[in-house]
Design a protein. Structure first.
Length: 220
């Protein structure tokens, strides 16, 4: 049985932040996590210097997440030498062994994204149980996509109706203020992650949309 909205507190991650105005809207609105994208093909890509400056505006109560795609250990070392990151988010084909090595080397929690389009895809999450600290269920990217996430598409939320994994998980993929309530109702998600749903154009966050989304989420 899924929990009623009143039985759970929704925690939100706003990903792909690039401006101080967007960061301030996320923090002021109550986001628990904020994400910086360190994947050059993404329109939300952030240089390390920019990320460091933005991180100064984020209180310790908000977790800073570094989104990467098949990054190397050397690349992670460079990111962490310049930006005070709290969680490493992996959005590529990283293996459980890679995650173990990453955690051993940098002593940070890891979030592993799982692209979903069918029940078989959901089964792939099993190999990360007890390895990743968080999972993130996102829609599988379209064939012509240049990035694995942030494509403003969703998957069949009913696929998560009976999911019983023990690792905390985020729901992502095409979430907006219009569909968020239904998505939470169908999946029982208590952690949600969105990027395109608070943008006025691809890669351009709208602070007012961020504030509105977080306000609506706080009322669930």
């Amino acid at each position: 049985m899924r929990l009623k909205f009143s039985d759970m507190a929704i925690k939100t991650k706003i990903c792909g932040l690039k401006t101080s105005e967007a960061v301030e809207a996320a923090v002021r609105g109550g986001a628990v996590y904020v994400g910086f994208v360190f994947f050059p093909p993404s329109p939300r890509f952030l240089e390390l210097k920019q990320a460091r400056l933005l991180s100064e505006k984020i209180p310790n109560t908000v977790q800073k997440v570094a989104l990467t795609v098949n990054e190397t250990m050397e690349g992670f070392a460079e990111i962490l030498s310049q930006v005070p990151i709290d969680i490493l988010q992996l959005h590529g084909s990283e293996s459980p062994d890679f995650i173990r090595e990453l955690k051993a080397r940098f002593s940070l929690p890891v979030m592993k994204a799982i692209p979903i389009s069918s029940a078989d895809d959901l089964k792939k999450a099993e190999i990360y149980e007890g390895v990743a600290d968080f999972l993130l269920f996102d829609a599988k990217a379209p064939k012509d996509a240049t990035r694995p996430g942030g494509n403003a598409v969703s998957f069949d939320w009913n696929l998560l109706a009976d999911y019983s994994g023990s690792t905390p998980w985020f729901l992502a993929g095409g979430l907006t203020k219009e569909n968020m309530e239904e998505a939470v109702r169908l999946t029982g998600a208590s952690l949600i992650d969105l990027s395109s749903g608070v943008e006025e154009a691809i890669g351009v966050k709208n602070p007012a949309m961020i504030s509105d989304f977080l306000f609506r989420t706080s009322k669930l």
